[in-house]
Design a protein around this ligand. Structure first.
Ligand code: HEC
Ligand code: HEC
Length: 310
């Protein structure tokens, strides 16, 4: 039979017994006792080195002077030190040059993901695909309102965009509106009739959407000759756009489509440079800079790389 005696040295018991289990008076194992005292010592060491006791205002600081914020700032400084040479090169090069440089391109795209998520994704969606019907343009296709070269994208980001189409409710008869809705639907399929083209030309749509109805990038007017919809391809929605326009301040039912400006100072400088002027003459001191020039450059490259860059 197995030896079930759990008290081979016959250690005296305390007299406590429950259901045949006796409490003995032998000491705990030595290793356990050592560990107990060591852990007490460890507490004391930490207590002295690190912030510990909460006081009425603040807390004891510990002799190392360690704080979480300090550690975070040191880590951040290390990351920035690593990034600095890249950021310097980005600042010194044009976006076109960066597109040709594999290493910098990878850095620009990689470091833009967070920027894009924080500033752009709320409207333009993850990866440049907004919610269908949200009215925000897709950035991942090659259908551009304002142009898909990296320098055009920089201009768009810097100064913001707000395309304008006037409400036509008071300019057209019921029949003309019907005809133009049909024109837009047919044009998307390449099937507009001569009579419909005539109406399109006569009613002035041509001035903004162009002789081929493919849009004019200087105006940011939508391409009406493809199946990519800025707002919607549903006849009722097309009718709404024609009747109430886009960003027409005089029509409360107008469609609203505003791209915020991210660096007005850069926008002003780009404009001055275009005319060969000194930007200092253009600044009026109110220009905002919500994103830095480097951030704009990196984001423009990121958008360009999403798939539709020209
Ligand atoms: C508040 C919503 C909003 C935010 C935030 C926003 N955009 Fe836009 N964006 C728009 C709208 C609306 C348009 C279309 C403007 C128009 O129709 O004139 C637009 C247009 C654009 C265009 C032009 C597309 C074309 O077809 O030419 C680009 C590029 C762009 N946005 C990139 C960005 C980037 C990058 C960010 C982040 C820094 C951003 N947007 C943040 C609303 C937004
Ligand atoms: C003053 C310029 C201007 C005129 C005139 C104009 N449009 Fe527009 N239209 C625009 C702009 C700009 C946009 C795009 C707005 C935006 O994306 O922010 C637009 C957008 C549209 C859209 C939305 C397309 C889509 O993809 O959802 C339709 C449809 C349209 N226009 C039809 C017409 C028709 C039909 C006429 C003639 C009655 C007309 N437009 C006259 C400037 C104009």
């Amino acid at each position: 039979m197995a030896d079930n005696n759990k008290n081979p040295h016959e250690c005296p018991d305390t007299g406590h017994e429950w259901d045949g289990i006796r409490e003995l008076t032998n000491p705990p194992p030595r290793w356990w006792t050592i560990a107990l005292y060591l852990s007490g010592l460890l507490v004391l060491v930490y207590f002295i080195l690190y912030p510990s006791l909460p006081l009425v205002t603040g807390n004891t600081k510990g002799i190392l002077g360690w704080t979480q914020i300090k550690e975070y700032k040191e880590d951040l400084a290390k990351i920035e030190e690593k990034r600095a040479p890249f950021e310097d090169r980005i600042a010194a090069m044009t976006a076109e040059e960066i597109l040709e440089d594999d290493e910098l391109l990878r850095y620009a795209v990689g470091s833009s993901k967070v920027l894009y998520g924080d500033n752009c994704a709320a409207c333009h969606g993850v990866g440049g695909y907004p919610q269908p019907g949200s009215g925000y343009p897709i950035l991942a296709n090659d259908d551009w309102l304002y142009g898909g070269t990296v320098s055009k994208i920089i201009e768009t980001l810097a100064k913001g965009r707000q395309g304008m189409m006037p409400a036509h409710a008071n300019l057209l008869t019921e029949e003309e509106v019907d005809g133009l809705v049909e024109f837009v639907v047919n044009s998307a399929n390449g099937e507009a009739t001569d009579a419909q083209w005539k109406l399109y030309n006569e009613k002035g749509c041509v001035a903004c959407h162009g002789a081929d109805a493919k849009g004019i990038q200087q105006l940011g007017s939508a391409n009406l000759a493809d199946k990519v919809w800025r707002f919607s391809g549903e006849p009722d929605e097309i009718r709404h756009t024609i009747l109430h326009g886009v960003n027409d301040a005089n029509d409360p039912l107008t469609r609203v489509a505003v791209m915020p400006a991210w660096n007005e100072r850069l926008a002003v400088r780009l404009e001055a440079e275009e005319f060969g002027d000194d930007p200092e003459d253009y600044y009026d001191g109110t220009e905002t800079e919500r994103l830095s020039e480097n951030e704009i450059k990196k984001l423009a490259i990121y958008v360009h790389q999403l798939g539709g860059g020209e």
